[in-house]
Design a protein around this ligand. Structure first.
Ligand SMILES: *Cc1c(COP(=O)(O)O)cnc(C)c1O
Length: 462
């Protein structure tokens, strides 16, 4: 296949990229200086760049290509649907077969009390929809003063105005005057980074009680909902201590506050259950979804809504003035359906739960003997490791050094996409990854750690 790559002129592409393409989530100055890596094709768990380098994609694109690359059945589903009905909307009392079938299918996979789905074009749009639905719900219930939504520091809920406001990413808030009013953030359940001298169990309770203090400060009659990822993804694969979610559940029930579980990453098999809510035994009122829903082959998202909320919309009536031109897009819906069929036929959720998830976790843990690794952790096909200067006392490197960024760059050049969140290295490979590919992933991760240590030693920093 390498001769195929001769068709790409990397330098020309990078020049045009520099002149015309404004990238998302990029420092435009450094990007222009260094040039973008051109990814030209992909198959299974591998991507190829325009210079012919083969790279194991340990991040499944952006946490989304759950069924891996090169699944031609999804291409056929899109082709057939485009020929049959490329577009029609669901406004004004219309629908079409793919969107109806997709809503039914997702309703059957979701927790028993959730049976209706609103469709969007992305995870960010899903969270915009959630914000409006939550407030609309309490207005219909005659309690419009229940308006404030509580999120968490370092949570990620997307990049639109509502998504970035619900999220707790400080650098995002500092650009554009966010968050918007009516959103409050509490600390995250990040034991390694913030647990101090507590045990993880103690810290889980303590972090959950932050929710209760916030509710009491704001006034329970003013709090509409709590939003959280089951496991924080973009925040650095932050896995809450086992005590966290049960305590959160108790608090929400005590004050009659809705629960929004952002399933954009955890949904569609990543934890070894269809949804992270099932992994943690949660009963949300809303589950925003996207990413693995289509395995990234088409842009699509949605919000799965509880019977309690959907029932209120139906009983109270009145139009909910909200929707997107592409809500329930027929081609995206056909691709999502085929993606779910493939996950089911190949028993990928069971594979993550009983086979490849435990296999990856066992292999990933072996990295904890590396001098730079302060902790390894993971659930299903999510993994993280913490880079430290000294293991004892969890001593970090100076953040100015960007040791995580260094490790990521060395890893990608060495043939593995890992991502860095500060000095936390994270992985989220496609669910179809095989045992030998996991072995390759973990040995490449170890090589990246060795290369990072050598680079630090060469500069006298370690
Ligand atoms: C990626 C992500 C989003 C945003 O989804 P987009 O499709 O990028 O808009 C929202 N929530 C979580 C948890 C995510 O990981």
């Amino acid at each position: 296949m390498s001769d195929q790559n001769l068709a790409y002129n990397t330098e020309w592409l990078q020049q045009q990229d520099n002149q015309h393409y404004l990238h998302p989530f990029s420092d435009h100055k450094t990007l222009r200086e260094q040039g973008a890596r051109m990814i030209v094709r992909a198959d299974g768990v591998y991507i190829w760049d325009s210079d012919g380098n083969k790279i194991l994609d340990g991040m499944a694109g952006l946490w989304c290509t759950n069924i891996g690359y090169g699944q031609s059945r999804l291409a056929k589903a899109a082709f057939d649907q485009m020929n049959e009905l490329p577009y029609y909307n669901s406004f004004f009392q219309c629908a079409h077969p793919p969107v109806v079938e997709l809503a039914k299918t997702i309703g059957e996979l979701a927790p028993a009390h959730m049976n209706q789905v609103f469709f969007t074009g992305s995870g960010s749009e899903s969270n915009d929809t959630v914000l409006r639905m939550v407030r609309h719900y309490w207005t219909l219930k005659g309690q419009p003063e229940k308006f404030t939504i509580i999120g968490r520091h370092n949570g990620y809920h997307g990049s639109t105005v509502a998504g970035a406001s619900l999220g707790g990413m400080k650098p995002m808030h500092s650009q554009g005057g966010l968050p918007i009013p009516g959103i409050h953030h509490i600390p995250q359940p990040y034991w390694f980074g913030e647990g101090g001298d507590t045990t993880p169990e103690e810290f889980g309770i303590q972090a959950a009680r932050e929710l209760e203090s916030a509710i009491l400060d704001i006034g329970a009659d003013k709090v509409a909902a709590f939003i959280a990822e089951p496991i924080q993804g973009a925040g650095g694969v932050v896995i809450p201590p086992d005590t966290y979610w049960p305590e959160i559940k108790n608090i929400l029930a005590r004050y009659d506050i809705l629960l929004i579980v952002d399933e954009v990453i955890c949904g569609f098999g990543r934890t070894g259950e269809w949804f992270g809510s099932q992994y943690y035994g949660l009963e949300p009122d809303f589950m925003p979804i996207a990413k693995g829903m289509t395995s990234g082959y088409m842009p699509m998202g949605g919000v799965i809504v509880s019977d309690r909320v959907a029932g209120t919309f139906e009983q109270e009536g009145g139009e909910f003035f909200h929707g997107y031109t592409y809500s329930g897009h027929p081609v995206a819906a056909a691709v999502a359906l085929e993606n779910i069929r493939l996950i089911q036929e190949n028993k990928l959720v069971e594979y993550v739960k009983n086979d490849i998830g435990p296999y990856l976790q066992t292999a990933w843990q072996t990295l904890s003997d590396h001098p730079l690794v302060g902790e390894t952790r993971g659930v299903g096909l999510l993994g993280a490791l913490e880079l430290v200067k000294e293991k004892a006392g969890r001593v970090r490197f100076d953040s100015e050094l960007d040791v995580g960024g260094m490790c990521r760059t060395l890893s990608v050049s060495n043939g593995l996409v890992m991502r860095a969140v500060g000095d936390t290295m994270i992985i989220s490979p496609p669910l179809v990854i095989s045992h030998s590919e996991v072995d390759e992933l973990v040995s490449k991760a170890r090589e990246a750690l060795d290369l990072t240590m050598e680079a630090l030693q060469a500069e006298g920093l370690y």
